[in-house]
Ligand binder design. Structure first.
Ligand SMILES: Cc1cc2nc3c(=O)[nH]c(=O)nc-3n(C[C@H](O)[C@H](O)[C@H](O)COP(=O)(O)OP(=O)(O)OC[C@H]3O[C@@H](n4cnc5c(N)ncnc54)[C@H](O)[C@@H]3O)c2cc1C
Length: 440
């Protein structure tokens, strides 16, 4: 029997824990937050075919059903590239965006970060310890590894997984040379509830959009649930209870509101990341002067407490290391700016791949360290590819006026030449063929 310790109860760590429990592997998660609601905020997450396949593979069926029921559809209106007057420069049709795939396990979902975390925690019970801040690890003579915690305690495992996010302590100890660099861009994001906002243009409520003015960049997406919490509860609570899960706990903490999420991308240093929401809102409104008045209204009517600024950073490729009994997943190894919308999806993909590797090792089909080495080899390849794509999008979003003029011209060309549009966009979003269906 293999025992696995996971540092970090975020998206990747919890998905791995769910998969390992499903596979009958002994697992414990250590999360620094004091309790589950310590950071109950956050934006909509776009879950792509890789993220969907991983969730489908790792979650027990009632939780997967709860995920698809409580998530939203990203919209059937495809992906729009608009100018600042809301004129469409290029519309990537839904069939290109989704690649014609209708299976939810290989599809796109708009998920609430709050709801997703609740679902990922469901049923893990005492396997997750809150208020457990990892301070490092020590390899033991018997081949095991001990995780140390700030409260002076420790716990021993066959494998320790650092899923402790972009500022990972485990990465600093395991790979002291692995650095993160500034991405040259930053983001300011906010939320506008959809209720009572009939003036929002259909284009903005019906799909994903990027507004590309002569400078800056605005991403918009809606979180519109397929079912309200009450509907999801009525539909699923029997299955949830039958699976031994607590329906009150699961459905009690879900996101209750539909909203439009916006993210303004601007050059690094253009705003103070510590500034309050009202100050950030004023700043984006100044930068959006002259834009369509509905875009300005979205910014103006977003409540300051929903508005935050983020500096963008990215991991650099680490030098090769020899695989041992400590490994990393998600942002802990390959953090990236959110401009690609794939950080969480890549963390989920890691979780499913590592889970599969550990399931093989637990079944005795290969040694644990070989299985982890295979996981690391693949993870580094697709993980840093995702970092590169996200970095290049961050650069495009903050490019100078000349480059932006060229990009706008190219978008208009893609808008009028369908074969070019399909060639340019198909591979970026419909990579579903490589997203694995549920393991047998
Ligand atoms: C504004 C914004 C929008 C985004 N949108 C998207 C999107 O649409 N799609 C997408 O795929 N990605 C998106 N991302 C990226 C995504 O949020 C991250 O890539 C993802 O959360 C990484 O998951 P993770 O499990 O690796 O780390 P995290 O989710 O950050 O989890 C790490 C966990 O470790 C815990 N921890 C940290 N240190 C310790 C310690 N010492 N001891 C114990 N616990 C510790 C933390 O408290 C946390 O719970 C977005 C990011 C931002 C900022």
């Amino acid at each position: 029997m293999i025992s696995v310790g996971i540092i970090g109860g975020g998206i990747g760590g919890l998905c791995l824990a769910q998969g390992l429990v499903r596979a009958g592997i002994d697992v414990h998660v250590f999360e620094r937050d004091e309790h589950v609601t310590a950071r109950e905020q956050g934006y909509r997450l776009h879950i792509d075919p890789h993220g969907s396949a991983a969730l489908h593979e790792c979650l027990p069926e009632p939780l997967w059903n709860a995920f698809t029921a409580t998530a939203g559809d990203p919209g059937t209106g495809g992906f729009g590239f608009l100018d600042e007057r809301l004129a469409t420069m290029c519309l990537v049709e839904d069939e290109v965006f989704r690649g014609g795939l209708t299976d939810p396990a290989r599809g796109h979902h708009a998920a609430s970060r709050i709801t997703l975390r609740r679902i990922l925690l469901a049923g893990l019970g005492e396997r997750v310890r809150f208020g457990a801040e990892s301070t490092g690890f020590e390899r033991l003579a018997d081949g095991r590894v001990r995780a140390d915690f700030a409260d002076g305690g420790g716990a021993e495992f066959d494998l320790l997984v650092g899923a402790d996010g972009a500022k990972s302590r485990l990465r600093r100890q395991l790979l002291p040379g692995a650095e993160r660099v500034a991405a040259g861009a930053m983001g300011i994001g906010g939320k506008l509830p959809l209720e009572g906002r009939d003036w929002l243009p259909d284009r903005l409520t019906g799909g994903l959009n990027v507004v590309m003015p002569p400078r800056d960049f605005l991403f918009t997406a809606v979180f519109k649930r397929r079912r309200t919490t009450e509907e999801a509860r009525a539909l699923l609570s029997d299955d949830v209870t039958a699976a031994g899960l607590d329906a009150d706990e699961l459905f009690g903490g879900l996101e209750q509101q539909d909203y439009l999420m916006w993210a303004f991308v601007l050059p690094a240093g253009a705003a103070d990341t510590e500034a309050g929401g009202a100050e950030l809102r004023d700043l984006v409104l100044r930068r959006a002067a002259g834009w369509d008045e509905r875009l300005q209204r979205i910014l103006a009517e977003s409540r300051p407490e929903t508005i935050n600024a983020f500096g963008f950073q990215a991991s650099t490729r680490p030098r090769p290391w020899s695989t041992g009994n400590v490994t990393l997943l998600g942002d802990a190894i390959h953090s990236m700016p959110p401009t690609g919308g794939v950080g969480a999806n890549t963390a989920l993909r890691d979780a499913a791949n590592l889970c599969r590797a550990l399931t093989d090792a637990a079944a005795g089909t290969r040694p644990l360290i070989d299985a982890v080495a295979d996981y690391e080899r693949q993870m580094l390849a697709y993980g840093f590819e995702a970092v590169d794509v996200s970095m290049s999008r961050a650069r495009q979003a903050t490019a100078g006026r000349l480059a932006r003029t060229g990009a706008r011209g190219f978008m208009r060309l893609c808008g009028t030449v369908p074969p070019l549009r399909r060639a340019v966009f198909k591979s970026s979003w419909t990579d579903a063929e490589t997203a694995r269906p549920q393991a047998a």
